[in-house]
Design a protein around this ligand. Sequence first.
Ligand SMILES: [Mn+2]
Length: 265
Amino acid sequence: MNGSIMSKPKIGLSTLFCLGEPFNALVKRLYEVDVSYVELVDEGLHRLDKKRIKVLKVIAQSKDLDLMLHSPFADINIASSNSILRKTVLKIQKESLIHAYHLDCQVWVFHPGLRTGVSYFYPERDWQHNLESVRTLLKVAGEYGVNIAIENGPSPLPFLMRNVEDFSRFYNELGEDIGLTFDVAHANLDNQIPDFVMHLSDRIIHVHVSDNDGISDAHLGIGYGKIDWKTVAETIKEVSYNNIIVLESMDHVEESLQKLRKLFA
Ligand SMILES: [Mn+2]
């Protein structure tokens, strides 16, 4: 490997940090931010529609932004045991995926399904529903030519896919290709950071970062939790990851971006 010809990862910013603000404030922030890669969040006050997509396209063009999109996640369970809910969830997710198509997003990120109150009785069913839903989303993604990536979920939430073992089983059984959004902070809650990079580096097409204390998914600024960022950066560089690393911290945003630029320089 020749270090001089290897390109380094690019640092991007998720708009999660301002999800509490109205859409107009998001627009203003997008005109101000000093990044070229922005992951929008199709959720809460920032839910997308045709009109908003038009506004965002103008900004992206004038600021030469590369956009990515995080799918809705509140009350979203693609493995729901209730078929009516599952159908509705998939409808919401498909609409969001099509938003990503209209915004020319590099990737559309979504969460795996979760266990429910009946998973104890039917442990295999939610796993199968999760696989089926992912296949459905892959089909839509193929129709629209959108790249999609499934993210490792954070403990203690009962996500079906949180560690390397879950993802290995998933990839063995899916029978199709799908990229992985490696969330470093989520992996830290399961002590899985090095394991993901070691075993699934060829699946990782997108990375999320924020800091935490190893117990709760607090989305802290980089350096404000217990994650050893020097080691994380070395590990990620070792596998020659050179795609985008998106900051998902909710505070110390500017400072965190600077730290990431230095860490991955
Ligand atoms: Mn994330």
